[in-house]
Design a protein around this ligand. Structure first.
Ligand code: FDA
Ligand code: NAD
Length: 434
């Protein structure tokens, strides 16, 4: 079978791949030099839309509306854009074998791709309930959400099960965003998760209490402290009930599972150094193999601000790590260098008419400020995290663009605080005056 050869190959066609392509174009790339190989059938798009506006019953977001790079206020890269730049988009093509010593990738259909420089941007995949043997977890109408095909299947089910019952398994990002969007689609929603409050990786109990109260007011029932241990089906093989560990049984027409992600590194196992579950890189996203870079969800990189190796599964880092890698590649070709990646962690989420942002590190003591009563219309509240007498992280619900910038600045500059009490009473104005 034919062999194709490129100077640069990006394996994976998600957020990081799209932003890397734009940076290559900015820096100058010759027609035919760059290829993106993606398992998905469409050009890179802003993945966060899939759990939000893509699932709205009225005027949903659709491609080409949310191709990269609109998510960060940039120009939309339509399939034509890649054609104009001479960047080859090799879609619906899954790489099943990588030989980093021979600079070669092989697709499921048996095509061979050669490269001089490889950027690994394979992102994450979902953890499945079948992975830990939950009985009946392969029933019809149990959904996961990672790619546009998954979202399309879920939309079909929402249409088929109008006004039906949905059970959301998991209380993380997917759980909270999908719980909301299923309710907006007029389904009766139950959410189930094992922890004492939602999003425990980031939220304090005070932050979570607001969102849980808000969701309850919308009519969403939340069941905490237990997990789904089995599913029963009807004669069509469609899910009918969710059995919980605590003995309760929930009726379900649709189940959406969000129990975490796993970086897709298996193609490269044993060929490249790994750390903390990801592919280890330096501050330029170069891996232990000199002509191979890794960006986005798969990279474990030095987070300079905290002097620690970290992996980050969020879109802002996918965009910025991709840009950093391409800048470093192009600079090194000219014998130059670029500054080290100096990332400030930034996470956000939106559901119903809520919107929060978080910057920095969620370690140390916490101080809640503002009004976190879920009954308050347009409630605005937040939290600071304090470590060694300094503010290291900040969260804000309902902030304006300026206020969000202010909490970002606090997290970056890490100002000292006199006392938690003073910080609590100053609240958001502490950030605004920094
Ligand atoms: P990404 O997952 O975007 O892309 C990986 C690509 O590689 C995919 O196209 C995949 O098909 C392809 N691929 C994988 N293996 C391959 C192979 N062997 N051969 C060929 N192609 C292969 N973050 C945030 O900050 N705010 C938010 O609101 C959201 N919302 C959100 C919603 C949903 C539904 C998801 C799933 C995720 C988010 N995220 C988010 C997380 C964010 O989208 C994520 O961190 C980035 O998409 C990561 O970008 P990558 O390019 O690393 O992977
Ligand atoms: P997550 O790690 O945010 O949440 C997983 C949750 O699963 C846990 O909080 C827990 O409540 C629950 N859980 C674990 N085991 C369980 C079990 N056996 N039964 C029931 N619940 C269980 O992962 P996710 O929500 O699945 O998100 C997947 C990926 O998508 C992540 O990379 C995430 O960053 C990304 N994502 C991000 C956003 C955002 O940033 N706004 C939105 C959607 C998805």
């Amino acid at each position: 079978m034919a062999e194709k050869s490129f100077k640069y190959v990006i394996v994976g066609g998600g957020v990081a791949a799209g932003y890397a392509a734009r940076e290559f174009a900015k820096q100058g790339v010759q027609p035919g030099e760059l290829a993106i190989i993606s398992k998905e059938a469409v050009a890179p798009y802003e993945r966060p839309a899939l759990s939000k506006a893509y699932l709205f019953p009225e005027s949903p977001a659709r491609l080409p509306g949310f191709h990269v790079c609109v998510g960060s206020g940039g120009e939309r890269l339509l399939p034509e854009w890649y054609k104009e730049k001479g960047i080859e988009l090799i879609l619906s093509t899954e790489i099943v074998k990588a030989d980093l010593a021979a600079n070669t990738l092989v697709s499921a259909a048996g095509e061979t791709f050669k490269y001089q420089i490889l950027i690994i941007a394979t992102g994450s995949t979902v953890i499945r309930l079948t992975d830990f043997g939950v009985q009946g977890a392969d029933a019809k109408n149990i959904f996961y959400l990672r790619e546009i095909d998954d979202a399309d299947k879920l939309i079909e089910a929402i249409k088929a099960k109008k006004n039906g019952k949905a059970v959301i398994v998991g209380g993380g990002y997917i759980g909270l965003e999908l719980g909301a969007v299923m309710k907006i689609n007029n389904l009766d929603v139950n959410m189930v998760y094992p922890e004492p409050w939602c999003m425990p990786r980031l939220f304090t109990s005070d932050i979570a209490a607001f969102y849980e109260g808000y969701y309850a007011n919308k009519g969403i029932k939340i069941i905490k402290g237990t997990v789904a241990v089995g599913f029963t089906t009807d004669s069509n093989g469609e899910v009918k009930e969710v059995q919980l560990k605590d003995g309760r049984v929930l009726e379900a027409d649709i189940v959406v599972v969000g129990v975490g992600g796993r970086p897709l590194t298996s193609l490269f196992k044993g060929q490249v150094e790994e750390e903390k579950g990801g592919i280890k890189t330096d501050a330029f996203f170069k891996t232990s193999v000199p002509n191979v870079y890794a960006v986005g969800d798969v990279a474990t990189f030095p987070l300079k601000l905290y002097n620690e190796m970290r992996r980050v599964e969020h879109v802002d880092h996918a965009r910025k790590s991709a840009e950093q890698a391409v800048k470093a590649i192009k600079a090194s070709e000219e014998g130059k260098s670029v500054g080290e990646y100096d990332y400030l962690p930034y996470f956000y989420s939106r559901s119903f008419d809520l919107s929060w942002q978080f910057y920095g590190d969620n370690v140390g003591d916490t101080v809640l400020f503002g009004d976190n009563n879920p009954e308050t219309p347009k409630a605005k509240f937040g939290s600071y995290w304090i470590k060694d007498g300094k503010v290291v992280g900040a969260f804000l619900e309902g902030g304006s663009a300026e206020e969000n910038q202010a909490i970002a600045k606090v997290a970056r500059l890490q100002p000292a605080v006199e006392s938690s009490e003073a910080l609590k009473s100053e609240g958001l104005s502490f950030a605004s005056k920094i």
